[in-house]
Design a protein around this ligand. Sequence first.
Ligand SMILES: Cc1ncc(C[n+]2csc(CCOP(=O)(O)OP(=O)(O)O)c2C)c(N)n1
Ligand SMILES: [Mg+2]
Length: 368
Amino acid sequence: MAKQKFATLEELLDPNNFNFETVAVIDDKGNVVNPDLMPDLSDEELVEFMEKMVFYREWNERMRAFSRQGRLGFVAPTAGQEASQLGTVAATTADDVLFPGYRDIPQLMEHGLPRDKAFLWSKGHVDGSTYPEDFHAYVPQIIIGAQYIQAAGAALGIKKSGREAIAMTWTGDGGSSQGDVYEGVNFAGAYQAPAVFVIQNNGWAISTPRDLQTAAPTLAQKAVAAGVPGIQVDGMDILAVYAVTKAAREYAIAGNGPVLIETLCYRYDPHSLSGDDPKRYQPEGAQDHWRALDPLERYRIFLNEKGLWSEEKEEAVVEQAKEEAREAIKKAESALTQKVSDFLRNMYETPDYITQEQIEEYEAKENK
Ligand SMILES: Cc1ncc(C[n+]2csc(CCOP(=O)(O)OP(=O)(O)O)c2C)c(N)n1
Ligand SMILES: [Mg+2]
């Protein structure tokens, strides 16, 4: 077999690069196929990637269990998307401002969101949407694609303040068809605002397949019209996702403008745990292709070959996830019942007079 030649990071970050081949570092058997892109990480850091993926795979299981027990509200499963979610957020720092979508709770937790707050958000409790001032993130966006506009604006603000940070945001393949997504990327490109836009292409927008979203062969190439580099990466390969995102962040911080990254991935569970049934629209065996590319599976082989992973380590992380989930759900369930006035107070920093009137009206009723 002829040795495949991969594009360099420099080529990938050229806005005039129109080659959107999928960037990978390891293949589905954990073999390094692209050593030039291998991120410079210590053994401990390599192991940490696995720990995080195992943790959130189990966290997803806990969420499914709590959801079945009626203890959570809205849950968008994440299993299958670990490399895409954790590889991108691993390239950020605490100063970066995150604009997640509803499925991107792991990224928020990695950025420092307390785990019980993630559950409170799922339960629709207002305390799940109140963040401390120094936590640089916005609450998960439900309006598909809207976070791209917000990230573009935040990135311009970061640039004007002279801070060394980026805004990072995530949407899906469905989201990539929204006007907001084009507007956000275009705006950030026009102002060379330091944003990293991620499209997690998991193949489906509820029941709409990727092929019905656009005639474009890749979603990464949507960056072209904005004069912005677009990179398609194997979203089941955490090393590739991390390498590309880290380079994109450096490119943005250096004043070159935003980057759009498409991560090719898949989610194993239904769209949400509120009644969606993929068996009604996905072809039989649709998962097989993706299960063979599983992000944990291939990375486990990669680490095992280096002697860096073991069943005991894996079990310990699974236990830790179970324990943290138990504690977080207990804490979330002990939160005070919310009041309408709490919601209203959380709407504006300074309430307008109508909201103020409503706050007082509800407080009077609540305090009776
Ligand atoms: C503006 C808007 N339109 C429609 C919806 C309803 N909706 C919720 S999720 C979803 C599919 C999104 O799919 P995708 O962007 O691929 O993300 P995924 O759920 O696959 O991660 C839709 C249409 C919405 N929330 N907001
Ligand atoms: Mg999708």
